[in-house]
Design a protein around this ligand. Sequence first.
Ligand code: PMP
Length: 450
Amino acid sequence: MRDANFIAENNAKHMWHPMSHAGEMRANPPKVIAKADGVHITDDQGHRVVDGVGGLWNVNLGYSCAPVKAAIAAQLDDLPYYSTFRGTTNPQVIELSYELAQFFAEDGLTRSFFTSGGSDSVEVALRLARQYHKLRGQPERVKFFALKKGYHGTHFGGASVNGNANFRRAYEPLLPGVTHLPAPWDYRNPWGLTDGAEIARRIAQDFEDEIAFQGADTIAAFIMEPVLGAGGVIVPHESLMPLMRKICDKHGILLIADEVITAFGRTGAWSGSRLWGVQPDLMCTAKAITNGYFPFGAVMIHEKLVETFETSKSAMAGVFSGYTYSGHPVGAAAALAALSEMKRLDVASNAAARGAEMLAGLQGLKDKHALVGDARGKGLMCCIELVSDRETKAPASKEAVAKVYEAAYSHGAMVRTSATNVIISPPLILSSADVQTIISALDAGLTAAA
Ligand code: PMP
């Protein structure tokens, strides 16, 4: 390992960072995170803070999860890699598929298809949805519906259903046949409504209108995050997902739950679909499945789809999608250990309890600081949205957002800023004291930016 001067000198010089402007990163290089333990991260200057980001919504069990580390190390010794393409498999991925079928039994999901991450999981789910209809003799069902403000990764399929212009414009043209419905948001929506139930009804009505206009028999699937994450932690009214489920059922449209963030406890329930009492047809997972220690994902498949795929004699019935690292034995071993730890620690319950404390703290910050236009969240996915004027909801300046971020960091918490949103998604093993550290660091941040 080269010395500290070398690291500082070469920071952002020879790489382009995801979701960033390469020139800006050269001019203003990123913090170098050198170590981590528990729910804390430490930078190369030795500054140690609570990680309010949880890696990237994924290190749910924190940085010192010994069973996951041990499982990875042992697996590297036993079998560091072998393919699961037709003809071979490995013991770890067999056991994992069994465990996931138990874990997601309540969601009706009985089969898994393994991937290398969230974007892959979304891509596979979109493909399986189209294929399902083709196998059932409805080849015209190829279109997708999604929500504005939704985030579904960056592959071409995922970017096409993505509901944020930032991830679309530079890469257009994207997939044709995608329709976006309004975001289920009571702070900003096209109708100026604040009643979540009414907003949900309007979105459902828009969905019905579009289905009537386009023809149900042209639509493959509707995809949504049970709680919208990267788009700014938008918590739909509890009636939205059940309403959308009902409409999908009525018209033979599949429901894809993108649970790359919400699966495995983050919202306070073990899955976001379960939180809203809905069974999806396909569920995209990744991130926390290995506690973020190994790139891995799983598309979970509902029992309803199983017969079509497993008994079809069609030449198209094979799943001709998949990745070199699908079912990677090291990832599977990590996931087995992570699943066992998340259940042992009951992180979903802790996410619910600590999340309630976090949201109360954020609402307190809103009462105190005019810069906070809205505070929202569910479980341990929370957000404050910064505004320069509460009446008009005009966005806060880039400088104000940067000040909040830097001052919060120097006062003990890493948070994530995205446009004018300050997003909080800490490890689910957070303590009440850690919650207060994040709130007081944000308080200092908002004071500095006032
Ligand atoms: N879907 C959702 C809901 C996500 O939040 C993310 C990542 N934040 C993705 C898909 C893409 O996952 P990945 O970055 O692992 O490709």
